[in-house]
Design a protein around this ligand. Sequence first.
Ligand code: NAD
Ligand code: TYD
Length: 365
Amino acid sequence: MMHNERCALTNVLVTGGAGFIGSNFVRYLLQVEPQVQIVNLDALTYAGSPANLKDLPSPERHTFVHGDVCDRSLVDGLLRQHQIDTIVHFAAETHVDRSIVYPEQFLKTNVVGTFTLLEAARQYWLVEKQKPLEAVRFHHISTDEVFGALHPGEPAWTETTPYAPNSPYSASKAASDHYVRSYVHTYGLPCSITNCSNNYGPAQFPEKLIPLMISNALEGKPLPIYGDGQQIRDWLYVEDHCAAIHLVIAKGRVGETYNVGGGVQPTNLEVVEHLCAALDEVVPESPHAPHKQLMKFVADRPGHDRRYAIDITKINTELGWRPRHSLGQGLQQTVAWYVSHQDWIQTIRQQPDYQKWLQRNYTKR
Ligand code: NAD
Ligand code: TYD
């Protein structure tokens, strides 16, 4: 493995920066790195929106480009035009349920898209040597889902746990991680990877568990809990994830992967109950309170992973990172954000694609 302390972090290409974590990261990076210039490449699929990039701090240091990470000539042009020294790659298809119904787009964006970016970076940084090698970094955002599922009592995943992806989503992320690793070993491209657990927080698309439950509850719609609701996820507040990514890019070792997680592992049922209680407090006047009455058990997800848990020892001991938000604080802030952004929710929920998805995924469940 190569060791380098830091890339220049001056001209940063963020991909997928109009989505949930990407937009939070753009905001975070503009705040903590006063010199950085960000180019944000996003295809604006159903999951991405310019509304997530409203009111950025220092918007003059942010350039939005509407385009696809699979478009090699576009990516080549951006690297050159903006003299990119850092790539932070979020762009992906991300919803497990959608990957079960429409797996092909996951292969395209997650695997071919990552490959396209790697090739463009190799050409610009290694073949043409347009930047000093010690000044560049390709950082790939991945997921803990590449590790499969844990049985009760099994230890949390570390960076050396073998990959065992179970869904087309996690298989595509695992494949992209392997490509990144191979570019370090084969070509010496300075890359790093973070494998993170389930995120939650402001601007998460309202088809994932937490924002779906909040949005449905605000409208008095049923809260669909898959199976017995005893599945376990390791929840991380998105701002804590952004801090971890920043630290890995700034100080993490090239060629390394770092696991990132919240260290708190409630069942889905507990999460939904917690959200209902938080909503009862924030909107006590709602005709739908107590919101718990909206909970409804529905048919399980095929191949549903039972339990995720992530071991953060490496990033904690090497880089001093740990999550700053407790689950209680994070959920409270998230509920408050959604309650105060009901226009944002409605804009999405009125879209035909969103309605079609709800019908496809829930009507006959
Ligand atoms: P998201 O679905 O909210 O956003 C994805 C963004 O990527 C959208 O803005 C979308 O328009 C864009 N995009 C999709 N296809 C594209 C393409 N071909 N070209 C350019 N842009 C494209 O996703 P998210 O939850 O913010 O996840 C971001 C990254 O973090 C993903 O790589 C995901 O695998 C990873 N991750 C997410 C979580 C989580 O809990 N959300 C956890 C661990 C890792
Ligand atoms: P999700 O937010 O889709 O993330 P992931 O599948 O990547 O972990 O789902 C989180 C958990 O919530 C997962 O165990 C599936 C469950 N879930 C429900 O019970 N009902 C729902 O409507 C959704 C979307 C998810």
